[in-house]
Design a protein around this ligand. Structure first.
Ligand code: 6PG
Length: 630
């Protein structure tokens, strides 16, 4: 909703500019003169200046029209509106929805122009009275009318773009701020919003805009209505708020101010089922929704994250260019952002990204811990090995772990000062739940989640350690030095095989048509799990779409060699009394996945024994069930 009034004295070019502006903005154009009652027209034709009494009825008509046009999608009106009191009378809609464009020029120049015009009922001598009446507004957009209409339009659009934002960003937490700066640095005009809560969150949006005013012009707001009104229609609003109930509350707050075809992009770590629910709910109201995973933490959001949008393709078409602009770029310069699929696909993929992240972090933590406390390397020693490995692996998580290992605080390693009790916000566990629902094994990710949970029981662990007198035994580093790297690489592959297997199953179950190669590609940069392996996966999944990663020829060759290393490292660690839940889970998955015969015949027999649950028989077709009288 917006109405633009091009104002100024007669002959300054209001109609010409107004018509062009309306064309440019795809709005209807109106000329205020067309709404004069006949008696006013007569007076003007006769060269009799209009009095305020004459104008009152006319301005009333216009004020009502402005309100109607605004409700119907906006308009451009050419109207002299010379006095402040006339303008006040015309202000029948909220201030931020009415933009004044003041065209100004000199008496001489306008007189010259008017004398050339034959078809106009205005007499040049009335110009004097116009200038006498004129009270230039102290607000709005001021434009010198002595340029070509095209130049004038360009100037207006430039100024409007600073006022009307292409995108709105709701929520200025760490990620929201970084994303707003990223958008602004790409030349996108952004309106930022943060609630103003006394003594809790005060002036967040205002302070943010002020602190960056040297570099960017953010339109800031702490009232939803004004925030929404500052956006170009149809509106695009990115929510960067805490996942969960907050998203619903924010949507409820925004809804009264939104219109059909507006788009909400939820950029938080929302649960994919919530995104599906929200998309359906908003669709009924004509509002588009994109559940969009954004990975890369604070730095990624600022410099280029990996972006995973899910929802209707038309919604992506609307905003894709901006998302791709702010996303990280892959090695070929292509944006690490792609349309993922319908419904909750975007947030499902982000959830699983985090699941893979949980397990990768767990592997690094386990190996570090083993090297440090059983293999007796010091921090620098571990960092040195990680550094060597990372030349090949190019893993972001390994890269930051090296820096973490080396970081000192007051000449002491900071890692030793951090309590070993891990927190989590849910995405890892959600991945496990999704896997259970879909009947897909998710060993590594699930173990990583459980490892975080048991780590949180610090006091109980300390007590139990005393009772059991447990301390890691020393193992000889030289004996397994070479195997460590092989084992670590194998873990990474197994974890990715597990993760992508879940994506494949979800895609089939929910008919998302996920493109695994494309998902790997947008995970090659910007996100937390970027690595050399991810780059290889782009090609592997492109060539062999549906195959489990562990069945790809190149992968098989590597894993066959690394399997013994994996077994060696894990048995050594377990013998030393060092827990390896994540790594063991990877190994057990591999052993189970590659075992033609498992122990499950016993499980089936037990089930049939105590509950007559029946079993399938060797040599008989699958799906044919038998029962034994035990
Ligand atoms: C990312 C991260 C990000 C966040 C995780 C951490 O991709 O940028 O995954 O989304 O850091 O949600 O989650 P936990 O707090 O559960 O470890």
């Amino acid at each position: 909703m917006a109405v633009y009034i091009v104002m100024g004295v007669s002959g300054v070019g209001k109609s010409t500019v107004g018509k062009l502006l309306a064309l440019q903005m795809d709005l209807l154009f109106y000329d205020a003169d067309d709404f004069h009652p006949p008696e006013n027209v007569e007076k003007m034709k006769a060269g009799i200046p209009l009095q305020d009494e004459d104008r009152k009825g006319w301005l009333d008509i216009l004020a009502r029209k402005i309100s109607t046009w605004n409700q119907k999608g906006g308009a451009v009106l050419a109207c002299s509106a010379l006095k402040e009191k006339y303008r006040k009378q015309l202000q029948s809609i909220p201030r931020e929805q009415l933009t004044w464009i003041y065209l100004h020029s000199t008496f001489e120049l306008i007189k010259e122009r008017l004398l050339l015009r034959k078809d106009h009922f205005f007499k040049p001598e009335l110009l004097t009275s116009q200038f006498e009446t004129l009270e230039p507004p102290g607000y709005g957009i001021h434009i010198d009318a002595n340029n070509s209409p095209e130049q004038i339009i360009q100037q207006i659009m430039q100024k409007l773009n600073n006022k009307i934002s292409r995108i709105g960003l709701y929520g200025l937490g760490v990620m929201g701020k970084s994303l707003a700066l990223n958008l602004a640095s790409k030349g996108v005009q952004v309106s930022v919003f943060n609630r103003h809560l006394k003594a809790v969150e005060e002036n967040v949006a205002k302070d943010f805009a002020a602190s960056h005013s040297n570099d960017f012009k953010f339109n800031w707001f702490d009232e939803p209505e004004k925030f929404v009104a500052s956006l170009a229609r149809p509106r695009n609003i990115i929510l960067m708020v805490n996942a969960g109930k907050t998203v619903d509350v924010v949507i409820e707050n925004l809804l009264p101010h939104l219109e059909k075809d507006d788009l909400i992009i939820d950029g938080g770590n929302s649960h994919y089922k919530d995104s599906e629910r929200r998309e359906k709910f908003l669709k009924k109201k004509g509002i588009l929704f994109l559940g969009t995973g954004i990975s890369g933490g604070e730095e990624g959001a600022l410099k280029g994250p990996s972006i995973m949008p899910g929802g209707e393709p038309t919604a992506y078409d609307r905003i894709g260019d901006i998302l791709e602009k702010i996303a990280a770029k892959d090695k070929n310069g292509k944006a690490c952002c792609t349309y993922i699929g319908p419904g909750g696909a975007g947030h499902f993929v982000k959830m699983l990204h985090n699941g893979i992240e949980y397990a990768e972090m767990q592997f690094i933590a386990e190996i570090y811990h083993f090297m440090r406390f059983s293999l007796s390397l010091d921090q620098e020693g571990v960092a040195g090995f990680f550094e060597k490995w990372n030349k090949e692996m190019r893993s972001y998580l390994l890269e930051i772990s090296i820096e973490i290992l080396r970081k000192k605080e007051n000449a002491e390693f900071i890692l030793d000062k951090i309590l070993d009790a891990a927190k989590q916000k849910g995405t890892g566990g959600w991945s496990t739940k999704a896997a259970l629902e879909l009947g897909v094994p998710l060993d590594t990710i699930t173990s990583a989640v459980m490892a975080r949970i048991i780590s949180g029981k610090k006091e109980q662990r300390v007590k139990a350690a005393e009772i059991y007198n447990t301390k890691p035994h020393k193992k000889e580093f030289k004996k397994i030095e070479k195997s460590l790297f092989q084992a670590f690489q194998a873990e990474q592959i197994i974890n990715h095989a597990i993760g992508f297997d879940l994506l494949k199953s979800a895609s089939e179950e929910y008919r998302w048509n996920l493109n695994l190669s494309e998902i790997s590609r947008i995970w090659t940069n910007g996100c937390i799990i970027r690595s050399g392996l991810m780059e290889d996966l782009v090609k592997l999944f492109r060539e062999n779409k549906d195959e489990n990663l562990l069945l790809h020829k190149e992968i098989v060759d590597f894993i066959k060699e690394a399997r013994q290393d994996l077994i060696l490292v894990i048995t050594q660690a377990l013998q030393a009394g060092v827990p390896m839940p994540g790594m063991s889970a990877a190994l057990n998955y591999l052993l189970s996945f590659t075992a033609a015969q498992t122990s499950a015949n016993m499980i089936q027999a037990q089930r049939d024994y105590f509950g007559a649950h029946t079993y399938e028989r060797v040599g008989k077709p699958r799906g044919e069930f038998f029962h034994t009288k035990w």
